[in-house]
Design a protein around this ligand. Structure first.
Ligand SMILES: [Zn+2]
Length: 429
């Protein structure tokens, strides 16, 4: 880019490279480098906009800035100017620049780099603060400011498919009531609402009951709500209740992943209960079913021939009653069912599932089948639309990484802002 050059900039200004400023002096005092800068342009009055030309007094303002080849103390030789417009009420004003707006004590290039480090690079706030030699609060404030400026207005977006899923954002805590000495378990949960087309996190709400999600949905404009066609959720009655209330015309799909994990849970419980019933103890390494417990949970169609052989061995050696195999077949049939492409195929697969459940005759699979029946309408929506909360899960993984790099968040609001901002940055990228 060719720019008209007024005054050739000196070496110090070129190296320091702070837009709209030039370096007027540099020094080293007690081992620390000090740079004094001044603005390039005559400033306009903040009230009337007329360019000033007469300086009043000046003062030195300390600026927080990025390290330039190491830490630097930056002082701004900042002038007060007279407003020379007769019609203006303001007599004088202090200058400001895009890099250092009014009342700011840091450069915007510093704030940008702090936000970048936390949001784009995923560095913890405390580590970023130490790296830039600023306070933890300053980094947090920069992130909060970026949230206000950069987060898109959710109501201006028009998502077609939503995904709703919960995650626990910190470990379970126990609180003791000082009077009764009774302990209560406190589980800090958060629910994320994601646009399934773009994968962007639209909202993060407290808790995992219908109240939080319901209030969030209620806050959206009516046409926003009417434009949502499908919502994917995990089999949670609470979310379904919120959706019936606030998105009554929207089809609800139950998530594929959560159904499979219910089937896997039934598989594991059966294995554990069988071990207790047949051997009167928990599974051990000498039991084939225990040694290959993960193999039982893997998709039957994804097994290598070697793995399939090992699975056959498990059934042959450790399953004299054939119950484990029967339950395994139920689990596999549910996977077949969820992969079907039409409602007819799904109905046929469900009939077969029912037969297999009856053949297995286990409480674990009976319960699984009851869940499938209770959520049948939502499963049909899943089969037609293919709307799964996969993108929410991907976000939850990203969210867990946010939490992991920051060694846990104590403040839920801080946690939410980093989640929303990082997701918005990723979606835009
Ligand atoms: Zn003025």
């Amino acid at each position: 880019m060719i720019e008209p050059t007024g005054v050739a900039a000196d070496a110090a200004t070129i190296l320091f490279n702070l837009p709209d400023y030039h370096v007027i002096s540099t020094s080293i005092t007690a081992g620390r480098r000090q740079v004094i800068v001044e603005t390039d342009e005559l400033p306009g009055c903040p009230s009337c906009g007329v360019i000033a030309s007469r300086r009043k007094e000046r003062r030195l303002q300390r600026l927080r800035d990025i390290p330039v080849a190491g830490p630097v103390d930056v002082l701004w030789s900042k002038y007060r100017w007279y407003c020379e417009e007769p019609a203006c009420d303001r007599l004088s004003f202090f200058e400001s620049t895009p890099q250092v707006p009014r009342r700011s004590r840091s450069t915007s290039r510093l704030r940008d780099q702090l936000v970048d480090a936390v949001i784009r690079s995923g560095r913890p706030v405390s580590e970023t603060a130490a790296g830039f030699a600023v306070s933890w609060w300053m980094v947090r404030a920069a992130v909060t400011e970026a949230c206000l400026l950069k987060l898109p207005d959710v109501d201006k977006l028009s998502p077609r498919m939503l995904g709703i899923d919960e995650h626990r954002f910190r470990s379970v805590r126990y609180f003791q009531d000082p009077a009764t000495k009774a302990w209560t378990r406190f589980e800090p949960w958060m629910t994320t609402i994601v646009d399934l087309d773009t994968g962007q996190v639209l909202g993060v709400v407290d808790g995992r009951d219908h109240k939080g999600v319901g209030e969030w949905l209620f806050a959206r404009p009516l046409d926003w709500r009417l434009a949502v066609q499908v919502v994917a959720i995990d089999p949670s009655a609470a979310f379904r209740k919120a959706l019936r209330m606030w998105l009554p015309r929207t089809a609800v799909a139950v998530d594929h992943f959560h159904l499979i994990s219910l089937a896997n849970q039934a598989m594991t419980e059966t294995r554990q209960n069988l071990s207790q019933q047949v051997k009167g103890r928990r599974g051990r390494a000498i039991d084939k079913a225990w040694a290959h417990r993960m193999l039982l949970l893997r998709g039957g169609d994804t097994l290598s021939w070697r793995a399939a052989l090992r699975l056959e061995e498990v059934f042959a050696v450790d399953d004299p009653t054939g119950t484990l195999r029967a339950v395994w077949k139920v689990k596999e049939q549910l996977r077949v069912l969820l992969r079907t492409g039409s409602l007819d195929d799904a109905a046929a697969a469900k009939t077969k599932l029912e037969e297999l459940v009856k053949a297995a005759a286990r409480p674990e699979t009976n319960r699984l089948y009851r869940t499938v029946c209770r959520w049948w309408k939502e499963i049909e929506v899943l089969i037609i639309t293919g709307a799964t909360t996969g993108k929410v899960e991907a976000n939850n993984t990203a969210i867990k990484n946010i939490k992991r790099t920051a060694r846990g968040y104590r403040n839920a609001a801080n946690y939410k802002s980093v989640i929303l901002l990082r997701s918005a940055v990723r979606t835009a990228a």
